[in-house]
Design a protein around this ligand. Sequence first.
Ligand code: AMP
Ligand code: ZN
Length: 136
Amino acid sequence: MKEESCIFCKIANGEIPSETLYEEEGYRVILDLGPATRGHALILPKDHYASLYELPDEKCGEVLRLAKKMAVRMTDRLGCSGFNLVQNNGESAGQTVRHFHMHLIPRYDGDGQEIGWKPGKPEQEELKEIRKTICG
Ligand code: AMP
Ligand code: ZN
């Protein structure tokens, strides 16, 4: 299913040109236009799913398989020394395009990028309470 107003639907399905690194039946992998590092790419399903919440279970494995395939190839070709997979869901999490995508971010020693978080210092009680909220 495609969404008429979605730019990633159009890119994934070849209606808008992109620097495509790889294409297969249900997916296109393109270079990000605002890259964090050299080679930053995006895995786009050709069907429209707004985020991980809508992505069908069977596609979750496909996306990770493709991420690994691309990471191996890109690491070999680009000579990067590390690799981040990033996947944002919802505005509060930094998602700006409401079509599921996974970021493939090659990392280089001293590349100056910061992809991470400030670690908190929760008490044991708080961790217990959170676990109960999630699992209870
Ligand atoms: P997110 O913030 O996780 O939704 O990521 C959206 C990403 O899409 C950003 O890294 C943008 O640089 C990238 N982006 C937005 N529009 C395009 C486009 N037309 N072609 C390639 N990348 C894009
Ligand atoms: Zn879409």
